[in-house]
Design a protein around this ligand. Structure first.
Ligand SMILES: Cc1ncc(COP(=O)(O)O)c(C=O)c1O
Length: 481
């Protein structure tokens, strides 16, 4: 399966590496377009495109009549350590906490740092609103009727085309449209497991997949996970040796909540291991298109040669969650997944599928992504900067390379459920770490959303969170009356 960087991407990649390695510092002038083209033996326009890419990525700026200069980069924070979850399969136990958190969303005006929502205020979404309005004005019988279980062909074609960016060659007939990625995940799980089975997951792990595991009567076996590279393949191998695992479920790119992206060289090794035990992989790629740099990381599916990877995604994080349009490419499990999708919701609402298909086909999706990647990187840097400034010393922070979720380890073993309760009085919501583990681990962690960093209340909220943490630490050191 061929997948190569385009020439300008290669040139940009080399230049970025030199900046990261310290050959060029903040404020340094970079070589001219001509010098870069000569050095790499590429055309002037390729060199210009490479600079354009680095500008889009927020790495450099162009100063009129002067040249290209390196921008200040946020120094990476101190990361949390590799997780050490309970080394045995567990029934998931966090459902009640989760429903409480989700149900109260929207009830009051809050600074919502808890939910993984994209920035909905961007003008690059306007064409989608326009297309949806036009479609609904001409409500055809097709829109008002059931769609195929597999979804609208127009959208399946666009999904297959977009998948090429992640190195994947999928035929539109291999794609099933779902009602969000959540339905893709739960249908896939039901297709490959039975009650009592064990599924391995990264740890911490997205609470929606943990709940889907719970609702299917399956147990989760959490694998130690590194905040930059993802699950430990050694730990996975040991777990597969020891337990009768039936499937693996991972979010390997711009992971929620930890932010890791699995390096490409791990992916064939993972597949080898899964082939040895003949296991399917459910790959959740919902944040994959939001990688800050191009080309985006390859999906594990793009390395799959025997159809064992079930690739799940949606437009909820890239466009808008309320549209409820997702998809799954189930490989060799297509018939079973199709059946599970049918019993889950019959078909997905047609209007939103057609609107997204048109939005993608007209090139608006690419334009939107180009802008959002840059914005979300800016947001990550802003929020990490505030966390470093306002949270107590020894707070550890993830450093995602895409998306808008930040995983924070509180110092002194502070309890994030208590922090959430105190924050509620200030109309602030965070996602407590316990939701991201089958057994309620990660009590001293929280996940926050950085996508709205431009709103002044976000910095104010982080100032408040920092103050509350300091207070909690001080209260501990007071003598008990
Ligand atoms: C990793 C991950 N997968 C799946 C979902 C669910 O996506 P959707 O809203 O498309 O159902 C989410 C939503 O937060 C998520 O973060």
């Amino acid at each position: 399966m061929g997948f190569a960087m385009k020439l300008y991407e290669q040139v940009a990649h080399n230049l970025r590496e030199r900046i990261e390695l310290g050959y060029y510092h903040t404020g340094d002038k970079l070589p001219s377009v001509r010098a870069l083209s000569q050095e790499h033996g590429v055309s002037i326009s390729t060199a210009q495109e490479a600079f354009g890419l680095l500008i889009d990525d927020g790495v450099i700026e162009a100063r009129p009549k002067s040249g290209y200069y390196v921008l200040q980069q946020q120094a990476p924070p101190t990361l949390p350590e590799t997780s050490r979850p309970t080394p045995q399969p567990l029934a998931v136990s966090q459902g009640h906490n989760l429903l409480h958190l989700m149900n109260e969303y929207g009830a009051e005006k809050m600074t919502q740092l808890s939910l993984a929502l994209p920035d909905l205020s961007t003008p690059t979404l306007n064409p989608l609103i326009k297309i949806t309005a036009e479609l609904s004005r001409t409500m055809t019988a097709r829109i008002l009727s059931y769609d195929f279980i597999r979804g609208a062909d127009e959208l399946r074609r666009e999904v297959a085309r977009l998948a090429i960016d992640s190195g994947c060659r999928i035929h539109p007939d291999e794609v099933i449209v779902t009602t969000g990625c959540q339905e893709a995940l739960s249908s896939s799980l039901r297709a490959v497991t039975e009650p009592g089975d064990i599924v391995v997951v990264d740890s911490p792990s997205f609470f929606g997949s943990l709940q889907a595991i719970e609702m299917n009567g399956v147990k989760a076996l959490e694998i130690p996970t590194h905040p930059e590279t993802g699950i430990s393949l050694e730990a996975l191998e040991l777990a597969l040796d020891q337990w009768p695992v039936k499937a693996c479920l991972l979010t390997p790119t711009n992971n929620n909540p930890l932010g890791y992206s699995m390096p490409d060289e791990h992916k064939p090794k993972l597949l080898e291991l899964l082939a040895k035990y003949d296991l399917p992989l459910i790959e959740d790629d919902i944040y994959g298109d939001l990688s800050y740099t191009l080309p985006r990381p390859r999906t594990i599916k793009s390395f799959d040669t025997d159809g064992r990877v079930i690739l799940c995604s949606s437009f909820s994080k890239t466009l808008a969650a309320g549209l409820r349009v997702g998809w799954v490419a189930p490989g060799r499990y297509i018939d079973k997944v199709m059946m599970m999708k049918y019993v889950s919701s019959m078909s997905t609402a047609t209007l939103n599928q057609l609107a997204i298909a048109e939005f993608v086909a007209q090139g608006y999706y690419e334009k939107h992504l180009r802008k959002m990647r840059k914005n979300y990187r800016r947001d990550r840097d802003a929020v990490i900067g505030w966390l470093k400034r306002y949270m107590p010393q020894d707070t550890r922070i993830s450093y995602p390379q895409g998306g808008y979720l930040i995983w924070v380890e509180l110092p002194c073993d502070l309890d994030s459920i208590e922090l959430n309760q105190r924050a509620y009085e200030h109309r602030i919501r965070i996602a407590p770490g316990t939701l991201f583990s089958a057994s309620g681990k990660y009590k001293n962690f929280m996940r926050i959303n950085s996508s709205n960093s431009q709103e002044p209340e976000v910095e104010a909220a982080i100032i408040t969170l920092g103050r509350l943490c300091h207070e909690m630490i001080e209260e501990r050191s007071l003598p008990v009356a």
